[in-house]
Design a protein. Structure first.
Ligand code: PHE
Ligand code: ZN
Length: 887
């Protein structure tokens, strides 16, 4: 059979891939929705492929094909070329019906499903009053038996019939027919001319409100743009629509890629496991990433809506027109599409801020994954449950790997490579290897060693040691790369690591970099490391010049530099690269936090250094010609995860409190200029722009920590503001305490928004993350709130995941109560929605650097979870990897 069949241990291996023996020429689906069940009939024309199949006596090719199903399907009938075929018990139990076909054959299969009982939110399910689907990666087999693998591309025609109480019947492609049926029912037929794998299939049936607009492509075609939402939400679609148009224009302008159907639809659903889904012509979105205006959403939320709309839209080429041969290739579409959406956002807003935000996220989410028992290469070698591989590694590190190619080949060569990849593989199911080959061919480059990035897990460490020769004015930099210890990392080859660097003079000016033996210098250069140890020498370097390494974060590595704090202060003040400035500040703050942990307090010498750093921050606050948004980023503390990563043995509570102590001390030092800015902005909050709001947010968070009366009053005032960004800035600041002002602001917010389900998710998150109020018991109470819905993943995340991911003080309580709370809820969630359970358990798996006692508590919670319940394959894969890592 084609593809990757699970062995007895359910492990699927990348190396086991075989090409399909048959092709599916076309697919006709008939989906009839009734109140108590839905009947689905699939009619497939399937042709064995001559090259791979055997040839029968009559000269026709024969081939095997397996139709995959799921426990949730009720088998009704199967015919091949009109003859009824008996599906035996064994096949049905294994959810795999294998057929041997001779010549072009017609397969008709019917089964019943019950969308109302579908709590996993994969396949066809109900979200509120509407029916919708989610098929990636393997949800289609929960709708109908089908060769549900991404390398089976086919042309789909879909007929949906339902009661007229569901007025909109949508599917991929173009509407070709519709009409009335008896019993107050109706039907619609959709045809998608672009061959696609089943994971890109979608359908929706519901009573919806439609917001319409259009886009004219650069070759003059008119595309109807439609956003479908629940009634009463049409006024919240403007930002999403604008974002969609910007995305379509950008992809034409930058990548030369236009949309290829007459209509592009987006449907917003409230119950959705992930962010959104790129189904051909019919994107389905978590409503959180569609419905937003400045009253209900923060600036960050609005930016996220824009980038997710862009991401899904960009998949139309990188994902849909060119799809993945098998699920091991997931990063082929995801890494590339994340890279594309990052570039889009950088072009729409501030490139510097975007890069800082992306790197901060990578370090907070992906680096810990790469150091954990669930570490995997961006292209995994094995999996049990592919749902578990929609990870920050496949997505965000995947995008970094793409970005390194841009550094190595140069922007022009890189874009040539992408164009060649698209031209060569349009209409195909491709592999990561195909992408790399296109990059090589377009640039006459050899990327053999670069390929290790696809097969090797772990964040490489690059240790830098400098040597300055004052007699020759040469600076020698030695780089030493290594892969950290982790039983989940199976190979340790040297990687290709591009280091983008600059040189800054003691008075903050850019200096030319003159490589040894060269006459002329450049202001910036890329050193591409390939060896375990490498030395690079620069000439004519002043003794006090400071190298700025890894500008723009040119590779996803942990750079261990040997810059001292005065050198870092210089980069913080004067590097030309915003990322370089930010990173210098992060390094300084990180070492201050480590010092505070070590000395268990802020002693005189630490205070002296905080003072020095704060002076730099004051200078930044007063700097002319610097974006407010960049100022805000420069002042943010490094994340808890970044600090933890710098310690051998971690006490998360000590990290949490040291981080807070540093923030409080900085707040005291910068009080006067910070107050001046806050007061100035507060004279007319309505006039602040997004950059000013970002800075206001950071400053008010800091100043509240001083426990002075004034910032509490300011935050309280902000919390009541009609602009959600300002309101959340005030609330977030107050939420760092259990002050009366916090109680008041939270109560007012709840009263104001209690009927807005999406905004209430913010309230839940604030409640769950308050370090002085939220406890497991408090979270349990939140889950009994009228606005809570245990079947809604957003709501589960807003309480349980927020508690585990943001409330360090309570989740890591020494008595282990936080861990037991999480495990208890995961057991319940797993029974309904395995995909969500397997994600939510991850905080319990990140214990490798904790003290033994804490590790025992965290493992204990996992063991209890494992022994008390029959787990889904999703959850058990994660728990097994964590409890018994294979060497
Ligand atoms: N493919 C989607 C995206 O990245 C993510 C997704 C995966 C959504 C699985 C739902 C289920 O845009
Ligand atoms: Zn994606």
């Amino acid at each position: 059979m084609n593809n990757l069949i699970s062995g007895s241990d359910c492990t699927i291996r990348r190396g086991d891939y075989t090409f399909p023996e048959c092709q599916v020429d076309d697919v006709h689906l008939n989906i009839a929705i009734y109140d108590d069940h839905t009947r689905v009939t699939g009619t497939y024309t399937i042709t064995p492929l001559p090259h791979t199949g055997e040839v029968s006596q009559g000269g026709e090719a024969t081939g095997k094909i397996t139709l995959w199903g799921d426990d949730t399907l009720r088998f009704i009938s199967l015919t091949v070329n009109g003859k009824s075929v008996h599906a035996d018990e064994k096949s049905l139990a294994a959810n795999a019906i294998t057929l041997t076909l001779s010549g072009a054959s017609t397969v008709v299969i019917t089964s019943d499903i019950n969308p109302d009982a579908n709590t996993a939110l994969e396949g066809l399910y109900r979200s509120g009053g509407m029916y919708c689907t989610q098929c990636e990666p393997e949800g289609f087999r929960r709708i109908i038996w089908y060769p549900d693998h991404p390398d089976i591309l086919s042309v789909f025609t879909t007929r949906i019939e339902a009661s007229k109480s569901l007025p909109f019947l949508l599917s991929n492609g173009n509407l070709t027919d519709q009409g009335d049926l008896p019993d107050d029912r109706h039907f619609a037929v959709w045809h998608d001319p672009h061959p696609k794998p089943s994971y890109l299939f979608a359908m929706v049936a519901g009573d919806l409100e439609l917001v319409e607009d259009h886009f004219i492509t650069n070759d003059g075609r008119r595309v109807a743009l439609q956003i479908y939402v629940e009634h009463g939400n049409a006024h919240l679609c403007g930002h999403a629509m604008k974002s969609l148009k910007k995305s379509m224009k950008w992809d034409e302008d930058v990548f030369g890629l236009s949309y290829d159907l007459d209509v592009f639809m987006i449907v917003a659903v409230s119950h959705f496991n992930m962010g959104a889904m790129e189904n051909k012509g019919l994107n389905i979105f978590n409503s959180k990433y569609v419905l937003a205006n400045t009253k209900t959403a923060t600036d960050d939320d609005l930016d996220r809506v824009e980038s997710i709309i862009a991401h899904e839209y960009f998949h139309n080429w990188t994902g849909n027109r060119i799809t993945c041969r098998d699920w091991f290739q997931l990063t082929l579409k995801e890494g590339l599409t994340v890279y594309r959406d990052q570039e889009f956002t950088a072009d729409m807003h501030s490139r510097g801020v975007k890069r800082i935000n992306d790197v901060a996220l990578l370090k907070a989410i992906q680096f810990p994954e790469d150091a954990s028992p669930t570490a995997h290469p961006i292209r995994p070698e094995t999996y049990q449950e592919i749902n578990n591989f929609y990870t920050p590694t496949v997505y965000e590190k995947g995008a970094e790997v793409i970005r390194m190619l841009e550094h190595i080949l140069g922007k022009v060569g890189f874009m040539k490579g992408v164009a060649l990849y698209i031209k060569t593989h349009d209409g195909q199911a491709a592999t990561c290897e195909d992408f790399i080959v296109a990059m090589e061919n377009a640039n006459q480059a050899n990327l053999s060693q670069f390929r290790h990035w696809y097969s090797q897990a772990g964040t490489p460490k690059v240790k830098v040691s400098r040597h300055y020769d004052s007699s020759k004015n040469t600076l020698t930099i030695q780089f030493h790369q290594s892969i950290p210890e982790n039983p989940a990392i199976h190979t340790r080859q040297e990687l290709v690591i591009p280091i983008c660097m600059g040189l800054v003079s003691a008075d903050g000016k850019p200096l030319p970099l003159i490589k040894e033996g060269q006459k002329k210098g450049t202001k910036e250069c890329v050193i591409t490391l390939t060896e375990k140890k490498e030395t690079h020498r620069f000439e004519n370097v002043p003794a006090d010049a400071v190298p700025s390494l890894m500008r723009g974060f040119s590779a996803p590595v942990q750079l261990d530099s040997d810059l001292n704090s005065d050198e870092l202060l210089l980069l913080l003040a004067a590097d030309k690269d915003s990322y370089g400035r930010w990173n210098a500040g992060q390094e300084l703050m990180k070492s201050l936090i480590l010092d505070i942990i070590k000395h268990e307090n802020i002693n005189d010498s630490i205070n002296f250094n905080i003072n020095k750093l704060s002076s730099s921050f004051i200078a930044i606050l007063e700097e002319k010609n610097l974006d407010y948004a960049v100022k805000a980023e420069l002042l943010k503390l490094p994340s808890q995860q970044v600090v933890e990563a710098a310690l051998q043995l971690v006490d998360p509570l000590a990290v949490w409190s040291a981080r807070r102590k540093l923030a409080k001390a900085i707040a005291r030092h910068i009080w006067v200029p910070a107050q001046a800015i806050i007061t100035r902005f507060m004279t007319d909050l309505g006039k602040c722009d997004a950059g000013q709001r970002r800075l206001l947010n950071v400053l008010i968070h800091l100043l509240v920590l001083t426990r002075e009366e004034k910032p509490y009053q300011q935050a309280l005032l902000m919390a009541g503001h009609k602009n959600m960004t300002i309101s959340m800035a005030g609330l977030g600041a107050l939420n760092q305490s259990d002050a009366a002002e916090r109680m008041q602001a939270m109560a007012e917010f709840e009263e104001r928004w209690k009927n807005d389900s999406l905004v209430m998710e913010k309230w839940f998150s604030l409640e769950a993350s308050c370090p002085y109020v939220s406890t497991p018991k408090h979270c349990d109470e939140l889950m009994r709130h009228p606005a809570f819905d245990p079947g809604n993943p957003n709501k589960l995340r807003s309480v349980i995941s927020v508690f585990a991911a943001l409330n360090y003080r309570m989740f890591y309580a020494n008595d282990g109560s936080g861990y037991l709370f999480l495990a208890h809820h995961i057991a319940e969630i797993d029974a309904r929605n395995p995909q969500i359970a397997a994600r939510m358990v991850l905080p319990l798996t990140r214990f490798s650097r904790y003290h033994e006692d804490r590790q025992a508590l965290m493992k204990g919670a996992l063991i209890r979870l494992k022994t008390a319940k029959t787990l889904s394959s999703d959850l058990s894969e994660v728990i097994e990897k964590t409890l018994s890592p294979k060497r």
